[in-house]
Structure formats: C-alpha cells, structure tokens
Write a protein that binds this ligand. Structure first.
Ligand SMILES: Cc1cc2nc3c(=O)[nH]c(=O)nc-3n(C[C@H](O)[C@H](O)[C@H](O)COP(=O)(O)OP(=O)(O)OC[C@H]3O[C@@H](n4cnc5c(N)ncnc54)[C@H](O)[C@@H]3O)c2cc1C
Ligand code: SF4
Length: 447
C-alpha cells in the first residue's frame, strides 16, 4: 500500500486540509498566470504588436476547455496564454507558425490561419508543383505561405525537381549541353529554400544562378543571437540528412557554410533582384549588378521584403547597414540612424543603452508621427537621458568613410561617422509578384 487510508475523523480533517491548501495554491498560481498573460497582451496592444506575421492560431473560445495544453506545446515560449479560462494569443507578433498548439489541442479548438480581420496577407496561388499562373515562374518557402526552416528546405528541392522534369529544359540540356547565356533557372534568395533549391539544381545538372540580396542564411541570419531554432531533420541534396531538432542559429548558419564548402554550390551574395520580365519564352532578370536571362525562375525570397535604400552617394560603403543586429558591436563608435518610424527610434534607444560614442538620429519629418506612442515615450526619455542628438527636417546628402554630410534648413552639416543604420522601411515581399502579374489570394484570417 502506497499510503495509509485515514482511520479516524481527525485524519479525514488533515487530508481535507491538505487538499484545500493544494487547491488554493493551484488557484492562486492560475490567477497569477492569467494576470501575467493579460498584462502581456495589454503591452503587445499598446505597442501595436497585435498582427501575427505569418501562419498563426485562432482559438474557438466556445470549444476551448481551458486545459492549457497549447500554452505548454508552443516551442517559442509564452506566445499563448490563458485569460478568463480560455487560451489567447498574447504575443501575436512573435508567433512564427510552428503549429504545435493545434496539434496539442485535445478538442480541436485551434485553426491555423493567415492574416487577420484587419490585415490581409497576400499568398501567391501556385500549383502542386509550385508553379505560379506565370508559366516558368515558381515560388517556394515562406513567400508561398509555408513557413519554417524544414518546410522551406523541402519546398526548394521539390520546386527544382519539378523544373528539372520540364520537357523543354530536359531536351535542351541533351541537345546543347549547358549554356551560360540562358540559365535553366535563376533562384532568388539564399535562405533555407534557396540553398536547398541550389543544391537540387546542381544535382539535376541544371545551369543555374542563385542571387541573395544580403547574406547567406535568409531570415535565420537575423534571429536574435543564440536563438534556439526548432526544426525537424531534413534531407539536403548532395549533402545528406541533417538532424537538427533544437539548434542555435549560429550552428545552423555554420551548417550552410559547410554545405557550400562540401558541395561547391555558389550563392552570389549582395545582389538584389529588382525586376523580372517575361520575354519570348524566357525571363529577363534585372539585378543590382546586371541582367541575366533564364528559362525559369524560382522565387525563394521569404516574406521580410527588401530594405528601402536612401539612394545617396556613398551608400555602397560597407559601414552602411539596414538593421541593428547586435548593439554591442557599435561600442565607441559614431553612429547615424536614419528614419523616423518605430524601427529607427527602437534602434536609437537600444544604442543609447550601450557605450556608443555618439548617436545622431536624422529624420526628414518634423515629428515622429509614424511611431507608436509607447515607442515615442521611451525615445523621448532616452533623448532626455543623454546621448541622442536629434536632427529633424534633415536629409542625408552624402556618406563618406569618416563622416556624413546632412542637409538641414539650407545648411550642410558634417557629422563624424563610423556607421550608418538606415531604418527607412522596406519594400514589400510581394512587390516582385505584383510587378510580374502573379495571382495572389488575400487572406483575412483564413487557412
Ligand atoms: C524571429 C523568428 C524566429 C523563427 N524561428 C524559427 C524556428 O525556430 N524554426 C523554424 O523552423 N522556423 C523559424 N522561423 C521561420 C523561418 O526562419 C522561415 O520560415 C524560413 O527562414 C523561411 O525560409 P525561406 O528560404 O523561404 O525565406 P528566408 O529565410 O526569409 O530567405 C529569403 C532570402 O531571400 C532574400 N531576398 C529577398 N528578396 C530578394 C531579392 N529581391 N533579391 C535577392 N534576394 C532576396 C532575403 O534577403 C533572404 O535572405 C522564425 C522566423 C523568425 C522571424
Ligand atoms: S489546448 Fe485547446 S482546449 Fe486546451 S486551452 Fe488550448 S485551445 Fe483550449
């Protein structure tokens, strides 16, 4: 017998007391958890971070029995919480669409959807082999709506396999051998989908060109330092199976470099595709460093879009970047932040908490009306506390190696400078699609 049964009224009272205490402790813990979840949801609403970027859960409150299984299942942590005994999405902008919550729900109360009633998300319409309504133009990975690293890897590979099966490409390959002037495929994007597509193109003997506007690795390269990536194992053509369930982002990026070293694939980094024009059964691909022609194109550009550029002399210098990755690297440097929206103010705030030599924020407007009220308040506090020099109604004229020239009120100011961080917004990821005429479906909270 594991424990003795109570033999007297006195013992019954002891057991009842213990049970009531446990029940009270559990109740207090639940109340604390609910209050915590509600205040996190309030904070997200105040900051305007209520729109999930990609696939995300919606919870049917009538079906939800409040078991909390979904809140424990999410690999990203406290994305879901319990409020009034029902599950709620409390950190919507941090949801990346793992879908583990849906799988965990015992009563089928969760659906995974794109967009919300307020903000539609455009998902391109593609056939089962990833071809869009424009013959020869294929879409894989997160741009097509299917997020997560392992899915992107799988789709990049499958899309290229479909291209390799096309009779025109097979026939030409046999007849002419490889031709460098017209590629079989141009792959746009060097994230998980673009890398696996490039491996597959090499394995299938397709002439190909892979272009990446920034650096290898795609969105993963921009995760916070040390972020644990939850992914399932995947098979990479020419490389083999990679078993990566929980891995730091740095290890995943190191893996891509190892893949390149061992397979000899080439990803051209720092080349942005600006326009794709169908031309006589092929495509002309205009890039930031020239034009290429291809029989087919695979878009694996993800959904983060491209940073908007200033278009001023000197912008090509390596000290110009378009997002703040690690504030600590700017210690003892003179930094110029350009922009007046949330990301510019957040960047200046983050830098002000480090030993940066000087921070200048240059904004062409006269007020910060595009930034959220909560961000503005924190920015004003940081300016009052010290090191941020704000230049309003000002524009960057030229970027030079050790200084920047800024026009303001008819005068040009020379500001000492080591780094320029441009936070001027971004070009939508769907811009290339609109330009070519790819059909998209706008989803407002639907699967
Ligand atoms: C914070 C965060 C955490 C995440 N955590 C996880 C996780 O733990 N597990 C998981 O599986 N997934 C996670 N994801 C999702 C995952 O990162 C993406 O689903 C995956 O990277 C998609 O791969 P992709 O190749 O389709 O696109 P991306 O990785 O976005 O790569 C697209 C590439 O295309 C390039 N590009 C775009 N436009 C152009 C152009 N015009 N010309 C040239 N190049 C261009 C971009 O610079 C980019 O490098 C997370 C996402 C975020 C934001
Ligand atoms: S798992 Fe399902 S039933 Fe349980 S709290 Fe989440 S949504 Fe509600």
């Amino acid at each position: 017998m594991l424990f003795d049964l109570p033999t007297s009224g006195y013992h019954y009272a002891e057991y009842a007391l213990a049970l009531i205490s446990l029940w009270l402790i559990f109740g207090a813990w639940r109340m604390w958890r609910e209050r915590n979840a509600a205040s996190r949801l309030d904070r997200a609403s105040d900051a305007g971070s209520v729109e999930p970027p990609t696939l995300h859960p919606i919870i049917n409150a009538e079906k939800c029995v409040g078991c909390g299984a979904c809140t424990h299942a999410c690999p990203e942590g406290d994305i879901l919480g319990m409020i009034n005994g029902k599950a709620r999405l409390i950190e919507p902008s941090a949801c990346i669409g793992h879908g583990a919550c849906k799988a965990a729900c015992p009563v089928g109360a969760i659906d995974l959807v794109f967009g919300s009633a307020r903000r539609g998300v455009d998902i391109p319409v593609v056939s089962p082999n990833f071809e869009s309504n424009i013959p020869g133009l294929y879409i894989a990975g997160e741009l097509g709506g299917m997020g997560l690293v392992a899915n992107a890897i799988e789709q990049g590979k499958q899309a290229i396999d479909a291209i390799a099966r096309r009779t025109d490409i097979k026939k030409d390959a046999k007849k002419d051998g490889p031709r460098d002037d017209v590629y079989d495929v141009v792959i746009v994007g060097g994230g998980p989908a673009g890398i696996s597509a490039t491996l597959s193109a090499k394995q299938n003997g397709l002439t190909h060109l892979t272009l990446e506007q920034e650096q290898l690795g795609g969105t993963v390269a921009h995760y916070p330092r040390g972020k644990i990536v939850m992914t399932r194992s995947a098979h990479l053509p020419l490389y083999g199976r990679v078993r990566l369930k929980r891995v730091r982002k740095e290890r995943l990026l190191a893996l891509w470099n190892d893949v390149i070293a061992k397979t000899g694939i080439v990803i051209h980094q720092g080349v942005r595709v600006e326009r794709i024009t169908p031309a006589a059964g092929a495509f002309e691909i205009s890039t930031s460093s020239g034009t290429a022609v291809a029989k087919s194109v695979l878009l694996a550009t993800g959904r983060r879009g491209s940073p908007r550029k200033l278009g001023v002399p000197g912008e090509g210098l390596s000290k110009v970047v378009y997002r703040l990755d690690a504030p600590s690297q700017y210690r003892n440097q003179n930094v110029l932040v350009v922009g007046g929206g949330d990301s510019a103010l957040e960047t200046a705030i983050a830098l002000s908490q480090r030993d940066v030599k000087s921070i200048t924020l240059c904004h062409r407007g006269s007020v910060f009306d595009r930034a959220k009220p909560a961000t503005r308040q924190r920015f004003e506090a940081a300016v009052r506390a010290g090191p941020i020099n704000v230049l309003l109604q000002a524009g960057v004229r030229t970027i030079e190696p050790t200084r920047v020239l800024i026009d303001r009120a008819g005068t040009t100011h020379a500001v000492p400078n080591d780094v320029v961080i441009v936070c001027a917004g971004g070009l939508l990821p769907t811009l290339l699609l609109d330009d070519i005429g790819v059909s998209v479906e706008r989803k407002f909270g639907t699967a």
